[in-house]
Ligand binder design. Structure first.
Ligand SMILES: [Fe+2]
Length: 214
């Protein structure tokens, strides 16, 4: 834990990076929805409103949880290899480059009967929502980083979710099975569906968002 208060003043660069991330995400998700079938209404409505949502700077906390040293090379490697073949993706990655060094990183614990090897091999950097850099009532946004050869277990939750995939890796959804969306792909998970993800030879990097209807 380190004191992060001084870094988390209402810096205009931070604010601009948040706004840039929001705009770029809106473009990536809108483009993806245009070519996707069967998009859940909750996700479509959320994406339509994303650009006008207000992200407020969260109050600085006294301490943040740093990314463990063992995962720092994974994050660097994944960011370096991430796709920069469209303007919105470049904007997403540039904004993350500014924001992530100040994010708090949390881990999910293994559930009953789950292999707990993934716990030390993943973290989530919080961008919006509780513990995040920005407050946004309709979106909890974070960045998942996982070491190579790691499976993030099957789970489900009431909010619908999207992933902007920023690396190689496989995703699972109960009605689809396992598939590879590819770097730059978008994964949409309806409310309460069972889903999971896993990395192979390379670290897995993805931006995820949990959608909270108003
Ligand atoms: Fe999830």
């Amino acid at each position: 834990m380190i004191d992060n208060t001084e870094n988390r003043t209402a810096d205009p660069v931070w604010f601009a990076s948040g706004r840039s991330l929001q705009r770029a995400l809106h473009r990536v998700l809108s483009d993806s929805l245009r070519v996707s079938d069967g998009v859940p209404d909750s996700i479509g409505a959320f994406v339509a409103s994303l650009n006008s949502a207000e992200w407020l700077m969260n109050e600085p906390s006294q301490a943040l949880r740093e990314l463990p040293a063992s995962l720092q090379p994974c994050l660097s490697q994944a960011l370096e290899s991430a796709p920069r073949d469209s303007e919105p993706l470049v904007a997403v990655l540039d904004a993350l480059g500014i924001l992530l060094p100040h994010a708090s990183w949390i881990e999910r614990q293994a559930g009953p009967g789950q292999d707990d090897r993934f716990v030390q091999r993943h973290r989530h950097g919080l961008i919006t929502g509780p513990g995040g850099l920005f407050e946004c009532p309709t979106l909890s946004l974070g960045v998942a980083i996982m070491a190579a050869d790691t499976c993030y277990p099957y789970h489900q939750h009431p909010p619908a979710e999207f992933y902007l995939v920023l690396s190689q890796g496989e995703w699972y959804r109960e009605d689809v099975g396992w598939w590879s969306p590819g770097a730059g792909g978008v994964v949409l998970n309806p409310e309460n569906c069972v889903h999971a993800m896993r990395s192979a030879e390379a670290p897995l990097l993805a931006l995820w968002g949990l959608i909270h209807p108003r």
